[in-house]
Design a protein around this ligand. Structure first.
Ligand code: PMT
Length: 402
């Protein structure tokens, strides 16, 4: 379940493109995340996939025509428009985009597009030349100027066999845009949250480095959760294999010094700084410009201490640190809370099965500077992120009472 999607009416307009099969995946993932997915299919779409497929995935009626006796929405053709929290057209063909740009209303999808007050996302998918045709571009500009959000298309292999622009954007990206739009007026709207993620890399020579097992998942989950609550989110990321979250400003760094420099640039404008990154405490004093040779039986590498980013970042923002511990979890975390001048520390025992580094779940204790200790069961990093942000929200409300 994804909090920002739970119970939300997502009206999914599906038009006649081979990319319809991806709309099935989108409908399924949105439903699994807790959204109420109301599918409207054009006649063209039902040539590619059946309404039954969508009904089976969403457990809801599918609307296919303005006078469809099976559809509970067929008579009152603006019912879905009114119910919608967001309308998403994916895939959107050139034809559907042109009809929407003209304001035509000859099927349930175009009537919904005209009647709804909800935000609209258009995800085009078509042949590259059709997409690049000035007519299509002009139509998309018109829709954009009317406040619709156009996402994609991507470049890649098209149904025609050629490689070019025109592919429907990936489901996860599309869900990211839906989440960002649904959350934009959330509790953290107008707040800036800076989050660090991943394990820094300290270079020994062109081939070798000192790093750690952080995958970035905890920090990226925090960035998505902050974005979902409406925050202007800045993610300062050490190298990871994760995709950039949608609608988040991502700044890529490698070393602890680079991370500190970027945190300094943005933290003064932020209401909160959350350091989920595993920052290397030491770096090699020098980085060899050539690969070191193994000509002796042992090798000494002199290390110097990295600055402590949390300690050295000045300002009135809420500061949240993580404590990655393998023993004496609470004592060590409390010490770091005090030494680093934090408002909250999130203690995670990195020896817990399915917790800490690299996993999708984490088991944490959140300790606040006034001594409150909250012990959570193993849960998704997404849920951990929301717990942390809920506490930041309370602290921010205290600092700026209305
Ligand atoms: O990325 P994942 O695979 O999802 O794993 C998540 C995680 C285990 C990395 C994450 O939950 C976590 O615990 N991050 C902090 C790891 C860490 O470096 O802990 P620490 O106890 O060494 O540091 C304490 C705090 O000081 C941290 O917030 C750290 O970001 C910060 N720090 C540390 C060193 C330094 N030079 N500057 C810092 O600001």
């Amino acid at each position: 379940m994804i909090p920002v999607l739970i119970g939300k009416h997502v009206v999914l307009g599906v038009t006649g493109s081979i990319a319809c099969y991806k709309a099935l995946d989108l409908a399924s993932k949105l439903t699994q995340a807790g959204a109420l997915v109301e599918v409207i299919m054009t006649h063209g779409a039902s040539q590619f996939v059946t309404p039954l497929a969508f009904r089976s995935l969403t457990h809801r009626q599918v609307t296919t025509s303005l006078s469809c006796p099976q559809s509970e929405h067929s008579i009152e053709h603006v019912a879905l428009a009114e119910k919608a929290d967001v309308v998403v057209v994916a895939p959107a063909t050139a034809h559907c985009i042109a009809k929407a740009a003209l304001g035509l209303a000859d099927d349930p999808l175009t009537t919904t597009l005209l009647a709804t007050q909800a935000p609209i996302i258009i995800a085009p998918a078509m042949d590259g030349h059709m997409y690049q045709n000035p007519a299509t571009q002009h139509n998309l500009e018109k829709l954009h100027a009317r406040g619709m959000t156009i996402v994609g298309p991507d470049k890649g292999r098209l149904a025609s066999g050629i490689t070019g622009i025109g592919r429907l954007i990936e489901t996860q990206q599309l869900i990211g845009h839906i989440r960002a739009i649904l959350g934009r007026n959330g509790y953290l709207a107008n707040k800036t949250i800076v989050i660090s993620a991943g394990g820094t890399q300290e270079h020994i020579d062109p081939a070798r480095m000192i790093t750690n097992r952080s995958s970035g998942k905890m920090g990226y989950a925090l960035a998505e959760a902050a974005r979902d609550q409406g925050a202007r989110t800045i993610l300062i990321s050490a190298p990871t294999s994760l995709s950039d979250p949608v609608a988040v400003q991502v700044i890529k760094v490698e070393t602890a010094l680079e991370m500190q420099q970027q945190v300094n640039q943005v933290a003064s404008k932020a209401e909160a700084l959350i350091m989920a990154a595993a920052v290397s405490d030491y770096r090699p004093k020098t980085t060899a410009t050539r690969k070191l040779k193994k000509d002796s039986n042992s090798m000494d590498i002199e290390l110097v201490k990295n600055p402590d980013i949390l300690v050295e970042t000045k300002g009135s923002m809420v500061k949240v640190g993580f404590a990655a511990e393998s023993n004496d979890l609470i004592e060590n975390a409390k010490l770091k809370l005090v030494q680093k001048g934090l408002d909250l520390i999130v203690a995670n025992d990195i020896t817990t099965p399915n917790g800490g580094f690299g996993t999708d779940t984490n088991k944490v204790v959140i300790i606040s500077k006034n001594g409150v200790e909250e012990n959570f069961p193993l849960m998704s990093k997404e849920s951990v992120a929301h717990q942390i942000l809920d506490r930041i929200r309370v602290l921010l409300d205290k600092f700026s009472p209305c």
